[in-house]
Structure formats: structure tokens, C-alpha cells
Design a protein around this ligand. Structure first.
Ligand SMILES: NC(=O)c1ccc[n+]([C@@H]2O[C@H](COP(=O)([O-])OP(=O)(O)OC[C@H]3O[C@@H](n4cnc5c(N)ncnc54)[C@H](OP(=O)(O)O)[C@@H]3O)[C@@H](O)[C@H]2O)c1
Length: 285
């Protein structure tokens, strides 16, 4: 039997959990939904703002219509176990939304079906620019997720930026691109900032130069119909300064190296699930 989703618990109020919290509290679209947090770390609970009720465990918060799992992949079994107990006690249909990297809806269902049969699961990969409302979230609906479940997930993650739906088979690639992606740009930014400062630019101005250059390039990529390659070529005059840098990177096989780095992230996302399944088997033996 379907019940309307009204109460939502965010399990794990670390970096992503608190980003979701602050985004939904700002968004008008999420006004009809009531959120609370579950955070097991006493220190972390103490640091959180007063805008939300945050409980030490799921039992303390009482049953919810939906749970957003925002704990590290290694903590997911214990979080699901606690949710499972709450779900079997409340006997109501409960939506699970997981943002844990690498963890499939099938894996979550395998655990949750010990507690209840009608458990819709949605896997979601957000990213940290959500903190400033510029997030890119990809959602994949698992077996049993109804249109209303997907609508609610869209409302929640839509409060943090853009949301697209994809097939779950693509989630490891998505993790390597938009999930981990902000870190690649921050990495590049660190190097550019270091160079600017070493060249005599004041650190505050160096930060401004780098961040505005990256933000402006991002806006151009979004707003013009030109390809990324054309945009790059527009800045790269033959024999000019940009060409000197790009040629050096090319000669060092930067495109291949970076492509292979993305493959490492995708493989690590796959490996997280494989390790989970293997450790689960070992525990059963
Ligand atoms: N950070 C990103 O850019 C990003 C992007 C996309 C997806 N994700 C995914 O988001 C998830 C969370 O990442 P994060 O960076 O936000 O992690 P985090 O900062 O470590 O936050 C997780 C929090 O959950 C708490 N916790 C663990 N088990 C719990 C339980 N059973 N009940 C309540 N609280 C519990 C942890 O407490 P303790 O520290 O005491 O264990 C910690 O405070 C991960 O699965 C990650 O794959 C992260």
C-alpha cells in the first residue's frame, strides 16, 4: 500500500548530509516535506545548526516515510540494519535513497528485503557544488521505485542544482565524472594558484584569478553551442602562449593520463561494490 511521503530522515550528517539539509531548508519546492537528521558522531551533532532536529540514532527519530543514506560506503550495512528495524516496526512502505558511491540498488534491496518486501530504492550521485546550489545530481531508480518516489527525489536534489535520471548501469561512470569531478578542477586550481603566487601575485588575487577563470569557463561551456574543443581552440592561437602550455601537456601524454585517471575512479566505484559482496559472503561462511 502506498502512503504519501511527508517525513524524511537524512542518515549521516557529514559533508553531503548537511549539504542536503541546508539546500532543502532554503528551497520552496521542498516545503511540504519534513526533514530530520540522524548523526551518530556526538562531536558532529554538536557542530550542526539548530534549524533541524538531529538525532543520535534512527530509533530515537521514530519512523520516517523515506531515508536518505549519506554515510560512507563502509557504514552502509549498519545504517540499513537500523533503518530495517524501524521499517519492520512501522510496517509502512518506506523509500530508501542512497548517495553512497558504488553501492547498487540491488545490494541495498538484498539487505532491506530481510525487513520488508515493498522497499523502493533510488541511487543518487550528487556532487559538492550542491553547497552553492550548482550541484549536478544523477539519479537511477531501482526496482519498485514509483513515479511519486522519483518525483520526491527530484524535489530534494533539485534544491541543490541540476538533476538528471540515467540507467543504473552508468552510475560508475557518472561517479568518475560528476561525483569526483569537482576535485579534478580543485586540483588544477591548486596548481594554477601556486604558480600565480610563485610568479609574484598576491594570494588573495591569485585565488580570484583562478576561481573566476574556472567559473567563467564553466558558464561558457554551459551557455554557448560551441564544442569544448572549439572553445579551447578559440583561446589557443598558433604560436601563442596557450599553445605553448597545451603542447607541453600533449607531449607529456596528458590526455591519455587523465583519461586513465578517470578510468581509475570508475574502477574504484565498481570495486567498492565487489568488496562489499565479498565481505558479505565471508561473513556468511
Ligand atoms: N563528499 C562527496 O563529494 C560525495 C559526493 C557524492 C557522493 N558522496 C557519498 O556521500 C556519502 C557521505 O559522504 P560524506 O563525504 O558526506 O561523508 P562524511 O562527511 O564522513 O559523513 C558521514 C557521516 O555519517 C555518520 N554516520 C556513520 N554511520 C552512521 C549511522 N549508522 N547513523 C548515523 N550517522 C552515521 C559519520 O559519523 P562517523 O564519522 O562517526 O562515522 C559521519 O559523520 C558517501 O557514501 C559518499 O560516497 C560523497
Amino acid at each position: 500500500m502506498k502512503n504519501k511521503i511527508k517525513t524524511i530522515s537524512i542518515v549521516g550528517c557529514g559533508k553531503m548530509g548537511t549539504t542536503i539539509m541546508s539546500s532543502v531548508s532554503r528551497a520552496n519546492t521542498a516545503k511540504g516535506l519534513k526533514f530530520n537528521g540522524i548523526e551518530k558522531s556526538d562531536a558532529r551533532r554538536g557542530e550542526l545548526g539548530k534549524g533541524f532536529k538531529v538525532y543520535a540514532d534512527i530509533a530515537g527519530a521514530g519512523a520516517s516515510d523515506a531515508y536518505i543514506i549519506a554515510v560512507k560506503p563502509q557504514d552502509i550495512e549498519s545504517a540499513l540494519g537500523e533503518i530495517g528495524s524501524a521499517v519492520s516496526e512501522s510496517a509502512r512502505r518506506t523509500l530508501i535513497i542512497s548517495i553512497a558511491a558504488g553501492i547498487s540498488t540491488e545490494y541495498i534491496l538484498g539487505i532491506m528485503r530481510k525487513y520488508a518486501q515493498d522497499i523502493p530504492v533510488i541511487r543518487v550521485m550528487p556532487n559538492t557544488p550542491a553547497l552553492v546550489g550548482m550541484g549536478m545530481t544523477v539519479m537511477a531508480a531501482g526496482e519498485g521505485a514509483a513515479d511519486e518516489d522519483i518525483r520526491v527525489a527530484r524535489v530534494i536534489f533539485g534544491s541543490m542544482g541540476e538533476v538528471v535520471e540515467m540507467d543504473e548501469t552508468l552510475m560508475d561512470v557518472v561517479t568518475a565524472i560528476s561525483g569526483s569531478g569537482p576535485a579534478y578542477f580543485f586540483y588544477l586550481a591548486e596548481i594554477m594558484e601556486k604558480f600565480a603566487v610563485s610568479g609574484g601575485i598576491d594570494p588573495g588575487l591569485a585565488k580570484k584569478l583562478v576561481s573566476q577563470t574556472i567559473a567563467g569557463s564553466g558558464e561558457m561551456m554551459k551557455k554557448t553551442s560551441r564544442s569544448f574543443r572549439e572553445l579551447r581552440e578559440d583561446v589557443t592561437s598558433p604560436g601563442g602562449t596557450t599553445e605553448a602550455a597545451v603542447r607541453y601537456l600533449h607531449d607529456l601524454e596528458f590526455p591519455n593520463t587523465f583519461f586513465n585517471a578517470l578510468e581509475k575512479a570508475r574502477a574504484r566505484s565498481e570495486e567498492l561494490l565487489r568488496q562489499k559482496k565479498e565481505s558479505g559472503k565471508e561473513e556468511q561462511e
